[in-house]
Design a protein around this ligand. Structure first.
Ligand code: NAD
Length: 460
């Protein structure tokens, strides 16, 4: 007689079960364990920096500076900040107790959630995996990382080195594409942090809903950038061009997506933008050491289709064999042109003119809430009026993208650009359950606290 072995259909199930078992043993809860894991992340980045830089640049043709600053420096900074703050973050947070609950003490006790799933995207494949890992570990959880298959060398790097540096029962890496991620998402987690596009975010949310798992969604969108007539034009042009193009050739979720420039300065500003492109990247950006390549041929094709929009004011060069698209300024685009129908996520910048703030606000609000909204102006009241009128995940006045680099600020979207936020203590809180506790004294126990209540007390 043969016994029928149950067919093992899930790669992820036993791995998640191990992570859960380890979480339940309570090892990940101690301060010492958390600190040691955070130190291990820093050591991994220090020891393997060169190998990691090679993987980052080979996967995406990313410029050296972008890979170093956007991935390695960012995560190292997050980990070191968490190491410094960990004791403080873990402490119960005292809060007031209203008179009718006295005598007693009230406090919030941050608790680990359990097993966390982190699904990363390709454009900053270390930032978007080890970055949230810092918060997940600091909060005392066990973690499964699913790196993007679109950056395979970095995914292989994580598979190789995470088990060598971090506690193997508590932090695991599973590589794969749609099929493997679908299998992973069928498992029960206590939180999922997903970074990527809004379409997949719906798939992730639907899978999470089956287990009532809370989800942090770090998505993208079309980030408007308003340049008012009173802006410092030279500085604004420099900052916009640097943040749009020098950083991974626009393949950044918080990059400015389109510009709204006041019509009285439109012509002048266009020339300043063009001059900044030439000053920063030369006449042949392909030779510039800060110019990144497009991640792969399919994204080159996606972006190429956008180049038919409006008129090319500057750039527009495509060299498909090199996954190269040069810094491009478009003018005279329409809202139904390909470049305005989806997030650009590449080195193309359409520039529109507008007549007054009301019109700019209306145009911004015609679209889904963006991840970022940027306003260039010397008039803080006008900037605040625009902030009041338009929603966005984050914002800068007279800058772009830098809100993502300050670990004292929450980083996240709103509506279609995401939900919830992380970075710094926001990561710790995101990956914790903030448990409410009231600790009552038994020394005083008024009879009036118990039934039968007098009519006046019931009315209260
Ligand atoms: P991607 O192709 O790397 O996909 C992201 C993740 O989703 C990957 O791990 C992938 O395996 C997984 N995935 C893809 N299809 C899936 C499916 N059908 N089911 C389950 N999982 C699936 O990255 P992307 O989506 O091209 O990333 C670009 C987008 O991410 C842009 O919209 C960008 O703005 C956004 N983004 C946001 C942030 C942020 O922090 N808010 C950061 C980077 C990128």
């Amino acid at each position: 007689m043969t016994t029928l072995e149950p067919e093992i259909t899930s790669m992820a199930a036993p791995i998640v079960a191990q992570l859960r078992q380890h979480f339940q043993q309570g090892v990940a809860r101690s301060y010492e364990w958390r600190l040691a894991q955070l130190q291990a992340i820093v050591k991994l980045l220090d020891d393997k920096e060169e190998e990691l830089m090679t993987a980052l640049m080979a996967d995406s043709g990313k410029a050296e500076f972008t890979a170093y600053a956007g991935d390695i420096v960012f995560v190292r900074g997050e980990a070191k900040h968490a190491m410094k703050q960990l004791k403080q973050w873990m402490k119960p947070r005292k809060t007031a107790t209203p008179i009718y609950l006295q005598p007693g003490k009230s406090y919030v006790r941050p608790e680990p959630l359990g097993v966390i799933l982190i699904i990363g995207a390709w454009n900053f494949p270390i930032h978007l995996t080890l970055g949230p890992l810092v918060g997940a570990i600091a909060a005392g959880n066990t973690v499964l990382i699913k790196p993007s298959e679109v950056s395979p060398k970095v995914a292989a790097f994580l598979t190789k080195y995470v088990p060598q540096y971090l506690h193997t029962d508590s932090v695991k890496v599973l590589e794969g594409g749609i099929e493997e991620t679908t299998d992973i998402l069928a498992q029960r987690f206590d939180k999922i942090l997903y970074t990527g596009n809004s379409h997949v975010a719906k798939i992730v949310s639907a899978a999470a809903a089956k287990h009532l798992t809370p989800v942090t969604l770090e998505l993208g969108g079309k980030n408007p950038t308003v340049v008012r007539a009173d802006a410092n034009l030279a500085v604004s042009a420099h900052r916009i061009i640097e943040s749009k193009f020098a950083n991974n050739a626009g393949q950044v979720c918080v990059a400015p997506d389109y510009l709204l420039v006041h019509d009285t300065i439109y012509e002048e500003f266009l020339l300043l933008l063009k001059q900044a492109v030439v000053d920063f990247f030369g006449d042949h950006p392909i030779d510039s050491n800060v110019w990144s390549r497009i991640i792969n041929p399919s994204h080159v094709q996606r972006l190429k289709k956008m180049l038919v929009s409006g008129e090319t004011f500057h750039g527009g060069d495509v060299i498909e064999e090199e996954n190269y698209i040069g810094p491009t300024l478009l003018i005279n685009c329409r809202d139904d042109d390909p470049v305005m129908l989806e997030e650009i996520f590449g080195p193309i910048l359409p520039v529109f003119s507008y007549k007054n703030d009301r019109e700019a606000i209306k145009r911004i609000n015609q679209r889904e809430h963006p991840l970022a909204l940027y306003i260039y102006t010397e008039d803080r009241q006008a900037a605040n009026n625009i902030l009041d009128a338009c929603n966005s995940g984050g914002s800068c006045i007279n800058a772009c993208t830098i809100q993502a680099g300050n670990h004292n600020l929450p980083f996240g979207g709103v509506g279609y650009s995401g939900s919830q936020a992380y970075h710094g203590q926001y990561s710790f809180d995101n990956m914790s359950h903030l448990r409410a506790v009231i600790d009552k004294s038994t020394k005083v126990d008024p009879a009036g606290n118990y039934p039968p209540f007098k009519e006046k007390e019931i009315a209260l």
